[in-house]
Design a binder for this molecule. Sequence first.
Ligand code: B12
Ligand code: SF4
Length: 510
Amino acid sequence: MSRSTRPRNSWPPETKPVFGFHLPLKGKVHSSETMKILLIKPKARLGSILGLQAFQLLEPLELGYLAAAVSPKHDVRILDLRLARFGNRALKRAVQTFGPDLVGLTGYSHEGSIVKELARRIRRLLPLGKIVVGGHHATVAPEDLDIEEIDAIVRGEGCGPFRSLVERLEAGDSFEGIGDVMIPGGSKAMEKPDEWPIFPDPATLPVPRRDLWDCRRYSTVWLAEDLPAGHPLFPQVSTVRTSWGCKMKCSFCIVPFLCEGRHWPRPVQSVVDEIAAVSSDHIYFSDDENFIDVDFAWRLAEGLEKAGVQKRYFAWTRSTTVNGSPELFRKWRSIGLDAAFLGFEFSTDAALKKVVKGGTVAGNERALDVLRSMGIAVHAAFMVMPDFDDGDFQSLKDYVERLPPCECSFTVCTPSPGTPDYSDIERKIWVDNPHDLHDCMHPLTPTAVPLRRFAQAFADLTKAGTANIPMRVNKHRAPHLDLVRIILAEGRYNRGFRRMYRDYPRELWG
Ligand code: B12
Ligand code: SF4
């Protein structure tokens, strides 16, 4: 798609939220070739994810990309079921009022069963419409989505294949033979799920269509060392992706497989233009590692500065990147980087070595100090192993409590389907459908302590991880309503973990 045909972002959006379905206020005239396309983001089921969403609800960026990839003559709408109180009602209403020719569903692995259930419901409401699925689960475990209600499964980056699917449908042709597209039902295309999809040059991607949702509905708790009094705790936020991939090869992570160990940045100017055009003052980068290509990250900072873009940023990085290029972070701090996510992972070098993290505990602590000394707050992310005993939980808790002010979060180390680490644990998996629990917070293999106690210890860790956050330590004066919201969110987050054992068959609760 040429640059001039890309839809521009607009503000305020000309949409009216109805049950989480953004209906345009101005209707479109339908030409004979115009197709109606409905893109759906499911609502998660696990309490752990719903707890996370109490803090952070980010834009349905993947759907914005797909919408931008098809010809602008088509009428595309986005249904974000995370916003709907009654998901089934919202779905029925959206499908019946809009009557789409094509429905696209996205989903993470923990949403795999939900995606299948949605496809079945949509098929009943829309016997003749086409249903296609894509997203992370489709990429890593396409065979799990091989059901008759689904017409095509798209793996990997979706813009190119989705555009081809729409063009085929428009021309009345079959979906067979499109790269990275599998056809359920035993077709030949379903026979090679072991081959990874090839990601395209990100320069070829369109600008996501943020005009299809109400940006004011998306926010995240904002981490910073020093916020001005009255600064909201949950500002409106936009998600921007500046690159694909990562050069590292942590053994539990899927990213090196998807991107063949490459980091592939977008052209600097296109990122600058995108960020300058969004209505939000706060940007959450959705890269795997924002600064791993130091030259690109410098040029981007300079580009944003030159264009006079004044936003606040949150980005993901590694301790090794911070320690290797502290000046880069000083530069980013000067243009608005408020906080960085650092994968600390473990509190011992032996454990870090085992997952090929390529860093050390001392290096993690040095990076934390370097960032704090510049006024950049740190979100330190740790992993818990299913075989943690009471002593392991206690020593991680002690370690976290000794750290200087930062925000700590925890996941359960869960290798992705398709990695050698996943093959190693596969035969030990103790639930029938591990995908349903693949949120990196539910242990997929037997725990050393009884599951109920594991959940309690995990919840205690998360509580310890938020006790020492900079805003708390620096007594940030936040709006009163935000304080109420944060107390409610913390309750929900903690409850989600304490009760996670209930997501397993009763005989495993312990
Ligand atoms: C940023 C990010 C987040 C952000 C959210 C981003 C957002 N927009 O909401 C935050 C921090 C909140 C987050 C949270 C989590 N994340 Co996350 N996240 C990422 C990351 C780094 C990038 C995702 C992203 O935004 N990409 C940009 C968009 C545009 O690309 P995309 O989503 O890949 O979509 C493209 C294609 O997949 C495809 N596509 C997608 N949907 C569809 C649908 C159709 C019909 C078609 C045709 C194509 C298609 O086309 C899209 C356009 O290019 C990825 C790693 C990665 N490299 O993908 C992990 C990743 C997606 N996250 C993962 C996980 C596990 C989680 C958590 C469960 C972790 C946790 N315990 O906290 C939570 C769950 C959140 C939830 N609500 O479910 C895993 C998913 C594994 C899996 N098999 O499901 C990943 C792959 C990380 C990993 N290394 O394993 N995450
Ligand atoms: S965990 Fe982070 S640093 Fe390691 S390979 Fe994945 S994206 Fe790269």
